[in-house]
Design a protein around this ligand. Structure first.
Ligand code: 0X9
Ligand code: ZN
Length: 424
């Protein structure tokens, strides 16, 4: 969170205002603090009809955070004794009755007016759906011996969920017995940086295909990169020309609200802790598990590939490296698996300067990608929360986040031939 904004909003918390979640992480990791850019008040009139509020709510621990998610709060930032995020007016009005203290509130339009510093025009370097499609097609065309492109399936609005495959012997959807790795971005529409990181990874692997280590991965592994798993949500977020803070896909719900949270829609303790059954909530789990074409496409991909060993789902933001369980407040039961998860998370955490953490230690959230992939198929599945202190960190962040996540991805490729070698 921007220090200036926090000070404006929460004068009573002035002492705490200098400690945003990233500052806390930086202190923990001993990273230098980045200077805050000057705030400009931007035109956020496109959000005038949006009834979400940016709120700060007292929350002392992960149990409070989990209950708040269930109550429809879309937690974005976490401090020691409070959280901040988006919530709809009706859900906000019920918080007090549930025992939560709302310390501050402001309509999303006011919040956005203070936070929009890079409008989409200033973020031209980010790839929208058609640019992502073109970039992936160009990569496949430029490297026909190593790469091929296919679609995991169609979205709610009929867009393709493109997946680039890197494999020197098999192309498209043909089966392989090689150990497989899946990288995904953009389950959440507004997390555009994740698409960029996944794209940059694909580019890096192909541009450096002569490097002996990378050549080895291309020759022995089955690598998949699906940078934009929620293209409808990402397009919806930018289509007015100004960001809308849109998290979900674009299913039109019976109450006319837009979207299901894809990272609550997988069939893993579906719609229990940390997920909301209210359609208008940003953490809405959907009408039933795998109700959404996007999550079904990923389910079918995973189930059809018993060779899949590891998975990385990029999200933003908070600089974290998360592993199961996310939906139960427990470690994974199998000691060997736990060792593999912890070893991989620690190594990737060191390479990214992200904090490795069991996901449920942040908050418990059911129905997410990683829990389902691990429970259904034993896939060592991770969630990376990328750098930044906003969903819209500007063009300069791409290179920084990509560079460190490419290092972590190369590590993941290096251990995906046999993850259990880490537990021997
Ligand atoms: O809540 C989510 O879906 C992910 N965070 S985000 O801000 N990108 O929405 C985190 C999922 C990991 N699971 C838990 N922390 N339990
Ligand atoms: Zn996310």
């Amino acid at each position: 969170m921007k220090k200036v904004l926090l000070t404006l909003l929460l004068p009573l918390l002035a002492a705490a205002a200098s400690a945003g979640p990233l500052d806390q992480l930086r202190r923990g990791l001993d990273l230098p603090s980045a200077p805050e850019p000057a705030l400009e008040s931007a035109d956020a009139s496109h959000l005038a009809g949006d009834d979400r509020y940016w709120v700060t709510v007292t929350a002392d621990d992960k149990y409070d955070r989990t209950a708040l998610l269930r109550s429809g709060l879309d937690i974005v930032e976490i401090e020691k004794n409070f959280v901040s995020g988006f919530i709809r007016l009706d859900a906000m009005e019920q918080l007090a009755a549930k025992g939560f203290i709302v310390r501050s509130r402001q309509p999303i339009a006011d919040y956005a007016a203070r936070h929009l510093k890079d409008f989409p025009a200033g973020d031209a370097v980010y790839h929208n759906y058609s640019e992502t499609t073109d970039a992936l097609k160009e990569l496949a065309a430029a490297h026909p011996a190593e790469a091929s492109l296919f679609s995991l399936g169609k979205t709610t609005e009929g867009r393709e969920i493109w997946c680039l495959r890197l494999n020197t012997s098999e192309k498209g959807e043909t089966p392989s017995t090689r150990p497989a790795v899946l990288f995904m971005g953009n389950h959440h529409g507004r997390e555009h940086l994740t698409n960029e990181v996944a794209l940059a990874l694909a580019r890096h692997l192909l541009a450096n295909k002569a490097d002996p280590a990378i050549r080895g991965y291309l020759d022995t592994l089955d690598v998949y990169v699906a940078p934009l798993t929620n293209p409808d949500g990402a397009e919806y977020d930018i289509k007015t020309g100004k960001y809308r803070w849109h998290r979900k896909n674009t299913r039109i719900n019976p109450d006319k609200s837009v979207g299901v949270d894809l990272n609550r829609n997988y069939d893993s303790l579906w719609c229990q802790a940390g997920a909301s059954q209210y359609a208008s909530a940003d953490t809405y789990c959907g009408p039933y598990a795998f109700s959404e074409p996007e999550t079904r496409a990923i389910r079918d991909f995973v189930l059809a590939r018993p060779n899949l060993k590891t998975l990385m789902s990029y999200h933003s933001y908070s600089s974290l490296l998360l592993y199961p369980w996310a939906g139960r407040d427990e470690d994974v039961a199998d000691a060997r698996d736990r060792k593999v998860f912890e070893t991989m998370a620690r190594a990737m955490g060191a390479l990214t300067a992200y904090r490795p953490q069991r996901a449920s230690d942040l908050y418990v959230a059911t129905g997410d990608t990683g829990d389902w992939a691990y429970a259904a198929r034993g896939v060592f599945a991770f969630t990376a929360e990328l750098d930044g202190s906003t969903f819209y960190p500007g063009a300069a962040m791409i290179e920084k986040a990509a560079a460190k996540n490419i290092k972590a991805a190369l590590y993941l490729l290096g251990v995906s031939d046999d993850p259990y070698k880490l537990a021997r």
